[in-house]
Structures are given as C-alpha cells and as structure tokens.
Design a protein around this ligand. Structure first.
Ligand SMILES: [Zn+2]
Length: 418
C-alpha cells in the first residue's frame, strides 16, 4: 500500500508550484465572475484578475483576518459576497462571530492527508471528540476519517465518562480531538479503576485546535503507548498542515497556498523567518483569498525523510499580537521559552530599545547561582538565542542572583514611536 494519500504529495517542488499557480489563476478568474465581493475588492484596488497568475502575484490583495471577515459578512450576509451565490451548498457552518462558511466540495480531501500520514486506515475505529454542533469541526474531521476508510464514532463533546465507555465497548483504536480532552478521558478511565494501556485498544491520537505541550506528548506516548500527531487548520480555510511520522514540522496540505507574511504590511518575508501564516484554499465556491490566521510560524524548505515534497511549517510560535519585532524580525514568547529550556536555572529578560534609527536588543541574564565564567555563559546564551530566535543580541548583561523581580516580564519594549 502506498505511503502517501496520493501522488500530489510526492510531485516535485517545481511541479507543485506550476500546478498550484495554475489553480490560483483559475480560481481568481472564476471568483471575479461568481463572487460580487471579490469583484468589488479587485475593482476597488484596480486589479485585473488576469494579472494574478502566481502565488507571488497574490500580494496585491489584502490579507483578510477573521475580524475583517466578520465585518464583511455582517455588512453583506451571509458570506460577505465572497461565495458563489448560485453554487449548490450542502451544508453551512457557523462559528462564533458569527462567521458563516459554505461547506466545500465533498471531493476535497479535507483532513484525509493528515489522518493518512498518522497511519489511520480501514479497520480503525476512531472516536471523534470534536463538536458536531453548528461548527465545521466535527463533520469535516469526520469526512477526513471516512476518506481513509476508518469507522467513526461521532461522540463529539459528550462527557468524559461516556467517552470512556465508548472506548471500551467499541474497541476504539484512535482518537481525534484536543489533547486536554484526551487526558481528561484517560484520567476518568483511571478513576474508574482501569489500566489504560491494558484495558483499552487506543494507540493513535490526532490533535488539533489546541497546542500539544511536549511534556503532555511524552506522557501520551511513553506512559500510555499512544502515538500522537498534530494537525493544523482554521475553520475559514479547512486543513492547512499536518505532521508525518518524522514529526519534524507540519507538511503543508496540497489544497492550500501558504504565505508567511509581515502582518504589518501583508508582504511576504524571507524564507526561514517568522511571520504570520496566510492561507488561500483552492475551491470554486468560497473565494476567500489570503486569510490571515493570526498565527506565527516559519517555513521549513528542506526535504523531509518521509518522502513528501511539500514544505513544512515549523509548528506555531504563538499569536501575532504576543510577539514583538526587533529589526524587522519577530521574537515570540514561545521562542523565549525554548531558549529557557536550554538553561534550567537561569532567568532572563529581553529589553528592546532604540538608538538612532536602529533597534537595540539587550538581554539581562541572571544565573541561579554564582558562576565563575560569565563570559562562557554569555557566549553560550548568545549562540542558543541566535539559533532559536534568529535575531542578533547587541548586549548581554549578567546580573547577580536575585536581581530580577519575581514576577518577571520576559519582554520589555522601551521603544518610543511617538
Ligand atoms: Zn514528512
């Protein structure tokens, strides 16, 4: 049996770009014809849809955030004029806002690539603990599981107690939902006196909608023998990326174009740098171009050992609003946490100031106890920080233990923009 969901996953990078650019060009021309909202937008900025022929050309269009989409839909319900009003829609999903989304074509492999990569196949019985009520989650994850041949138990947000019973009675082999809910189910099972590893057949879990903490992942895998996989997407654009067995970054789905942009300008940034994930999904119903997720990530362009040729996202570094920019590069709290993991007893704070027209990055580090060689410590810190955050530190101050306040703010921005 093939190791891939379909051949699209192993085509050459050049072929993918060529195929997807052609689909983009087609979608924008179709959207101009079918969607009055897109026509209005393009006419408003004076863009001829025929001039958009590649992903690079997309940058003439504005990035549409969730907030902006809500405004558009409120002004022109239900879809902000972005959908083909005459398309046959089989379902309409509602998410808080409210945001309305017409369900995309049944032929779209929505989430199937992710489940396939996680090893879910015919013969699996999967507990789908995503909500089926109003929102897209339950039914779209359900569809993906069916596409790889699994049987689905639509347990949705039923109580942990009921989920334990289903898991036991139905011989559930895999779970999909949030990591915290799976942990709640396991705890419930243990409370009821079960030995989870022995009494249940659950061996795989595919998570979305919530970050998977590395410590929790370790617990699932080592203590409970559950292989875990992360999936990433958004209600507005469906699935975006997923982990393969290598678990080193998330493969970008074949049905989307992902751009990493500077949220302030909407312009693409250099490969490898942190920026906002902006997604366009190929379809012929809902012409939402450049959806801004508000999540930060960067692209991994190196080939993956699994054989898929798609670029990968390097996880989610946080939300755009939580990060700061230093000399044009984002530094996110999650990156600082990663730096912290290398220095157990050390506390630190970054201070961003400005000298003339240039940002200046100072880091105050405070070792847990006195260190003999502060220069070596500074050098080590400088190296790790550069590796993780990609920003150069201008100055490191080594403080006496006990200098930094207890409720330490990890980032201080002293720049005055007025
Ligand atoms: Zn891979």
């Amino acid at each position: 049996m093939s190791n891939y969901y379909d051949d699209a996953e192993t085509r050459t990078i050049e072929q993918r770009v060529q195929d997807q650019d052609a689909m983009l060009a087609r979608m924008i021309r179709l959207g101009y014809e079918k969607s009055k909202g897109l026509k209005r937008m393009l006419d408003g900025i004076g863009i001829d849809p025929r001039t958009i022929r590649s992903r690079e050309d997309l940058s003439v269009l504005p990035v549409i955030s969730r907030e902006r989409l809500i405004e558009m839909e409120t002004a022109d319900p239900p879809y902000g004029g972005l959908a083909d009003e005459h398309a046959a829609v089989d379902r309409i999903f509602i998410s808080p806002g409210p945001v309305y989304e017409p369900h995309l074509s049944e032929s779209d492999p929505l989430w199937a690539r992710a489940y396939f990569a996680a090893g879910i196949r015919k013969g699996d019985v999967v507990l789908n603990a995503f909500s089926y009520h109003m929102v897209a989650a339950g039914l779209t994850f359900h569809g993906g599981l069916r596409k790889v041949g699994a049987a689905v138990v639509p347990s949705g947000t039923s109580s942990a107690q009921l989920q334990v019973q289903l898991m036991r009675d139905l011989g559930i082999t895999a779970y999909t939902g949030t990591p915290s809910f799976l942990m709640a189910i396991i705890k419930k099972a243990e409370e009821e006196g079960h030995c989870f590893k022995k009494d249940f057949r659950l061996r795989r879990a595919c998570f979305a909608a919530e970050p998977l903490q590395p410590s929790l992942r370790k617990t699932f895998e080592e203590r409970y023998g559950i292989e875990t996989y992360q999936m990433y997407g958004a209600t507005e654009v469906g699935d975006v990326a997923f982990e393969c067995r290598e678990k080193r970054g998330w493969h970008i789905c074949e049905e989307v174009v992902v751009e990493i942009v500077d949220p302030a300008t909407g312009m693409r940034i250099l490969p490898g740098q942190l920026g906002e994930i902006v997604v366009t999904r190929f379809n012929d119903t809902f012409f939402l171009f450049r959806f801004g997720t508000g999540d930060l990530s960067r692209i991994i362009a190196e080939p993956c050992a699994c054989g898929r040729t798609s670029f990968r996202l390097d996880g989610i570094a946080g939300r755009v609003g939580d990060a700061i920019k230093v000399r044009g590069l984002f530094v996110a709290p999650s990156q600082l946490k990663k730096v912290q993991e290398h220095f157990e007893s050390l506390r630190f704070q970054i201070v961003v100031g400005r000298t003339g027209h240039e940002d200046r990055l100072t880091v105050r580090i405070e070792p847990g106890q006195r260190v003999a060689d502060t220069e070596a410590l500074k050098e080590e810190f400088d190296r790790i920080f550069k590796e993780i955050c990609t920003v150069r530190i201008d100055k490191i101050e080594c403080l006496e233990p006990g200098t930094l306040p207890k409720d330490l703010k990890s980032i201080i921005d002293q720049r005055d923009w007025t």
